[in-house]
Design a protein around this ligand. Structure first.
Ligand SMILES: Nc1ncnc2c1ncn2[C@@H]1O[C@H](COP(=O)(O)OP(=O)(O)OP(=O)(O)O)[C@@H](O)[C@H]1O
Length: 271
């Protein structure tokens, strides 16, 4: 793993009117490996992803990817620099096959574009065959290749999440942002996904994930940052995070506030 960060947040803030959702956030996601961002509900985690992918603009500070300031870039331009993401709410095309879902993610990389995908003629066949092979390969990384021709609507919730992951990979990113990848999965699916994400990381992708499931985060991430009320309150490896008094306070405080709500405990229970 190189020491040069792939993605950096330098004094980043984001306000919505008077609401300071992120304040002076400094982050450095190293190249390679798996980085986790955790924090109680509403801490600002998804906003970090929305800023990184250009869905929102920063109110202050700088976000750099491979040293390049991302300010002013549109989401599709950011995708082209090598950043892909999945969403907290599943966004698969339910009436399309798994293969087609992945190929849609690929279109910005195909020379003929999305129109050619729909109206393919002989001219485009070899390119399309290559795309199909790649899509099938990506589906195999999340163990869905045997269902490649099925309609996405027939998949379980957990499988739809994995399909989203394959589709994100189809843009050929180097940085993969995963927003709550195991939400809605049963424990067997979580165990499988953990192995699959480890394999994806071993292939050279940098993974940056938001996740509430502490067992998953602690088991998978080498580096973790903790957001609370829009500020980073801790950074470190899983042991440092688990034992950080401010982190424990942030989670326990929330649990009391929410009277046994769904805030995860730092010790490791899944929600
Ligand atoms: N576009 C927006 N306009 C106004 N407020 C927003 C917007 N996006 C997010 N917020 C607010 O910013 C705060 C942080 O939201 P965000 O979704 O980043 O939190 P989160 O840590 O991802 O939460 P969760 O774990 O519940 O998904 C919330 O109070 C939310 O209501």
């Amino acid at each position: 793993m190189s020491n040069v960060p792939l993605l950096t947040f330098d004094g980043v803030s984001r306000h919505f009117g008077g609401l300071k959702v992120l304040q002076d956030v400094h982050l450095a996601v190293p190249q390679g490996g798996i980085f986790g961002l955790i924090g109680p509900n509403g801490a600002g985690k998804t906003t970090v992803f929305n800023l990184t992918t250009g869905l929102l603009a920063v109110s202050g500070g700088t976000i750099r990817y491979e040293g390049r300031d991302l300010a002013g870039l549109k989401p599709h331009q950011i995708t082209r620099t090598g950043i892909a993401r999945t969403f907290q709410n599943i966004r698969v095309f339910k009436e399309m096959s798994l293969l087609e879902n992945v190929m849609v993610g690929m279109h910005s990389h195909l020379r003929y574009g999305a129109f050619g995908l729909l109206a393919s003629t002989g001219l485009f066949r070899s390119e399309e065959r290559r795309a199909r092979d790649r899509a099938r390969e990506l589906l195999s990384w999340v163990k869905l290749d045997h269902k490649a021709s099925d309609i996405a609507d027939n998949l379980s919730y957990g499988e739809q999440r994995k399909l989203e992951l394959a589709r994100a990979l189809a843009t050929e990113p180097r940085l993969l942002l995963l927003d709550e990848p195991v939400a809605g999965m049963n424990s067997a699916e979580k165990t499988d996904l953990m192995a699959e994400i480890r394999n994806i990381s071993a292939r050279g992708y940098t993974v940056f994930m938001i996740e509430h499931d502490m067992r998953f985060v602690m088991g998978l991430c080498e580096h973790i940052a903790v957001l609370n009320f829009g500020r980073i309150i801790a950074r470190g490896d899983p042991d440092q995070i688990r034992n950080d008094p401010e982190v424990i306070e942030a989670y326990l405080g929330r649990e009391e506030d929410e009277a046994g709500g769904d805030a995860a405990t730092v010790e490791g229970s899944a929600r």
